[in-house]
Design a protein around this ligand. Structure first.
Ligand SMILES: C=C1C[C@]23C[C@H]1CC[C@H]2[C@]1(C)CCC[C@@](C)(C(=O)O)[C@H]1[C@@H]3C(=O)O
Ligand SMILES: O=C(O)CCC(=O)C(=O)O
Ligand SMILES: [Fe+2]
Length: 278
C-alpha cells in the first residue's frame, strides 16, 4: 500500500476515480464535494467474478504493480470467504435459514479500498472520514498500528485500538435493512493526527447490484417491515449522486426510494410510518 500512495501525484491522477464509478484513486473526494473534505486519499477496486484484481493493477498502475495485484487478489479471495462465513453466523444468530444471507452474497460485487490519511498540522479541525454508517452490507477493516478509527456506542465516541491480528467487522446499512433493523448499522469515523500517516484496508461486502433485497420471511413473521425492498444499485446511486453518507443514510434512502416510486413526494414521506408494510 505504501508503494501505491507514494507514487507521484501524476501517476495517481492517471487512475483517478471517474464520475459514477467507485473504482480508482481519489484525493480527499475533491472532485465530488466542495466542503468538509475528508483528509484522506483512497484507492478502490471491485471484487467480483467478472473482474480480475491482478489485471486491474497491471493495466491501470503498470507492470511494477503486477505482484501487488496478485497479493490484493488473494486478499479479496480470503475476504470473500470470511464474509460468507460471517453471513452464516449472522443468520444463525438471527434464527433464520443459515444459508439465506450466504446465498445472497455468494456472487456479490464487493469493493476493496485502501485508505491513506496523511498527518495534518491542525488535526482537530478535520476528519479522515467524517461520521457515517457504511451503506454496504458488512465492512471488514484492518488498520495499521497508528489508530484513528472511532465508533459511536453508548452515546459516546470510542477509539478502536488497533490490533495487527484482528479485523474490525461492522454492520452496514444494507444488512440493517436485510434483518429488518435487528442489527444496527455502525456509526463510525476516522480521526487524523499531527505526526503520522495512517493506513487502513477495507473490504465493503456488497451483493450483486440487481438483486432484490428483503429480509427472510422467517425473520419477518408477522412483524412490520421497516424498509422497502431495494437493490444495491439503488442505494449506490443514492450515495453517489443524491446524498452524502452520514448517520441517517438508510432512513433517508427509504424515503427517497418511496418518493421515486409514488406519484407525490409528500404522500410517500407520510407513508414511511411504522404501521405500513412495504
Ligand atoms: C458504495 C460505496 C460508497 C463508499 C464506498 C462504497 C462503500 C462505502 C462508502 C463510503 C466509504 C461511506 C462514507 C462516505 C464515502 C464517500 C467515503 O468517505 O469514502 C463512501 C464511499 C464513496 O462513495 O466513496
Ligand atoms: O480508516 C478507517 O478506519 C475507517 C474508514 C471508513 O470508515 C471507510 O472507508 O468507510
Ligand atoms: Fe466507513
Amino acid at each position: 500500500m505504501n508503494a501505491l500512495f507514494d507514487l507521484p501525484m501524476k501517476r495517481k491522477r492517471a487512475v483517478k476515480r471517474k464520475a459514477g464509478s467507485v473504482w480508482g484513486y481519489s484525493g480527499a473526494h475533491a472532485d465530488r464535494y466542495s466542503s468538509k473534505l475528508p483528509w484522506k486519499e483512497t484507492f478502490s477496486f471491485g471484487d467480483n467474478s467478472e473482474s480480475c484484481v491482478a489485471n486491474y493493477f497491471k493495466t491501470q498502475l503498470g507492470e511494477d504493480f503486477e505482484e501487488a495485484g496478485l497479493v490484493y487478489e488473494k486478499y479479496c479471495e480470503a475476504m470473500r470467504k470470511v464474509s460468507l462465513v460471517i453471513m452464516e453466523l449472522l443468520a444463525i444468530s438471527l434464527g433464520v435459514d443459515r444459508s439465506y444471507y450466504r446465498e445472497l452474497f455468494e456472487d456479490g460485487n464487493s469493493i476493496m479500498r485502501c485508505n491513506s490519511y496523511p498527518p495534518c498540522k491542525q488535526a482537530g479541525l478535520t476528519f479522515g472520514t467524517g461520521p457515517h454508517c457504511d451503506p454496504n452490507s458488512l465492512t471488514i477493516l484492518h488498520q495499521d498500528q497508528v489508530g484513528g478509527l472511532e465508533i459511536f456506542a453508548d452515546n459516546k465516541w470510542r477509539a478502536i485500538t488497533p490490533r495487527p491480528d484482528a479485523f474490525v467487522v461492522n454492520i452496514g446499512d444494507t444488512f440493517m435493512a436485510l434483518c429488518n433493523g435487528r442489527y444496527k448499522s455502525c456509526l463510525h469515523r476516522a480521526v487524523v493526527n499531527e505526526e503520522r500517516v495512517r493506513r487502513s484496508l477495507v473490504y465493503f461486502v456488497s451483493p450483486k447490484e440487481d438483486k432484490v433485497l428483503r429480509p427472510p420471511q422467517d425473520l419477518l413473521g408477522s412483524t412490520t417491515r421497516k424498509y422497502p425492498d431495494f437493490k444495491w444499485s439503488d442505494l449506490l446511486e443514492f450515495t453517489q449522486i443524491h446524498y452524502r453518507a452520514d448517520a441517517t443514510t438508510l432512513q433517508n434512502f427509504a424515503q427517497w426510494l418511496l418518493s421515486c416510486r409514488n406519484d407525490t413526494t409528500s404522500k410517500s414521506l407520510q407513508s414511511l410510518d411504522s404501521s405500513h408494510h412495504y
